[in-house]
Design a binder for this molecule. Structure first.
Ligand code: ACO
Length: 333
């Protein structure tokens, strides 16, 4: 696939350090060897060193050139515990609690990224999205000037003419259950910027609803309308329009009837969903019914990149998300 090749090329040009906290998980171990062999990132596996080595031996995975960080024996543990305590003491954290929490590989890996011992983190082959996001939100937090962490999927729909020859970005499908209009505007802007930087496309952003340009009235439509206005006000340089239905967003003929004056309708390649239920259901519908490849969820808005995997992921999916995370880390410089 062309986009992933482009991402691999970018990752290989400037090697970043990516931590994988599910270090003893089988697909993760297999992926770590592929990442090393393809020069996509310098990998650190977090977990019990003896368990990681024994599982790798069972799987025939060569760990040469792959780092292992065992929270129980790491000489960095104390630094991470103290730093975590400092970060969270205003929220009631004690040094004793911090000592227990940071031994959790997800928190340990997040602390590695926080203090600069790694450039990014990828997890989620075993843990849920919330398990990954919570330490990220508590420790890494948002990048300067960014109000909300969100996520996007790159959807590749085979044989489709919609979007960018079948490629579209969908957001937010994984993080914010019920974004406010202000947050929805921030999500639209972040996804447009991501589309430009990562996918090298000119974003045309549709703010999705069950209403097109005032065809229906409801408070949930008002939210999308307000978000559209806010996003346009904040970033007049971007092509963002709404509110609009999905067909008006991507089908030129429908757009010419329902939104004839829009420069986005009929041509949208970035779809912003009004809430997480719509976004999560939406991407899965396209993935299953249209046989689309769904790359993600990729997080955006963190101060340093951390990304989630689907628990059904393959080792190749892990390799690709690590490459994407490494490229995001390059943008962070
Ligand atoms: N952006 C920035 N900061 C945030 C965000 C956000 N989107 N959400 C929460 N925070 C901050 C809070 O301000 C808080 O900061 P503080 O502790 O320093 O004050 C911290 O993060 C924790 O906030 P909580 O509200 O306590 O966190 P919560 O327990 O609600 O968890 C989470 C946040 C994990 C993102 C939650 O909203 C969630 O579970 N989202 C849905 C995840 C999910 O299940 N996705 C669907 C599956 S994914 C898939 O199918 C691909």
């Amino acid at each position: 696939m062309e986009l992933m090749k482009q991402i691999w090329d970018m990752a290989q040009k400037d090697i970043k350090r990516i931590v994988l906290p599910e270090g003893d998980e089988e697909r993760t171990l297999v992926a770590s060897q592929k990442i090393k062999e393809n020069g996509l990132a310098e990998v650190t596996l977090v977990g019990s060193e003896s368990v990681i080595r024994s599982k790798a031996a069972d799987l025939g995975v060569n760990l040469t050139g792959i780092n292992i960080a065992d929270p129980e024996t790491s000489d960095k543990l104390e630094v991470y515990v103290n730093e975590f305590y400092e970060l969270r003491k205003s929220k009631g954290m004690t040094i004793e609690k911090a000592g227990k929490i940071v031994r959790d590989p997800l928190y340990f890996g997040t602390m590695m990224v926080k203090v600069g011992d790694a450039d990014g983190m990828v997890s989620g082959a075993v843990h849920t999205t919330g398990d990954l996001l919570r330490p990220g939100l508590q420790i890494i937090k948002t990048a300067p000037g960014v109000s909300v962490v969100s996520s996007f999927f790159i959807m590749m729909v085979p044989g489709s003419k919609y979007g960018e020859e079948g490629m579209l970005l969908f957001s937010d499908c994984a993080v914010n259950p019920s974004p406010s209009s202000e947050q929805l505007a921030a999500i639209a802007i972040a996804t447009a910027d991501t589309a430009k930087k990562l996918c090298k496309i000119d974003p045309k952003v549709a703010m999705l609803s069950f209403s097109t340009m005032g065809s229906a009235d409801h408070e949930v439509v008002d939210k999308v309308r307000a978000a559209t206005e806010r996003a346009k006000e904040l970033r007049p340089d971007l092509l963002i329009d709404g509110e609009m239905q999905l067909d008006a967003a991507i089908v030129e003929k429908v757009a010419s009837q329902k939104a004839p004056n829009s420069d986005v309708a009929g041509k949208a390649n970035v779809l912003i969903f009004p809430d997480l239920q719509a976004g999560n259901i939406g991407y899965k519908l396209v993935q299953r019914f249209a046989n689309a490849e769904a790359i993600g969820p990729i997080c955006q808005g963190f101060d340093k990149p951390i990304n989630d995997l689907s628990r059904g992921c393959s080792s190749d999916d892990i390799v690709n998300v690590v490459a994407l995370t490494a490229v995001q880390a390059q943008f962070d410089k």
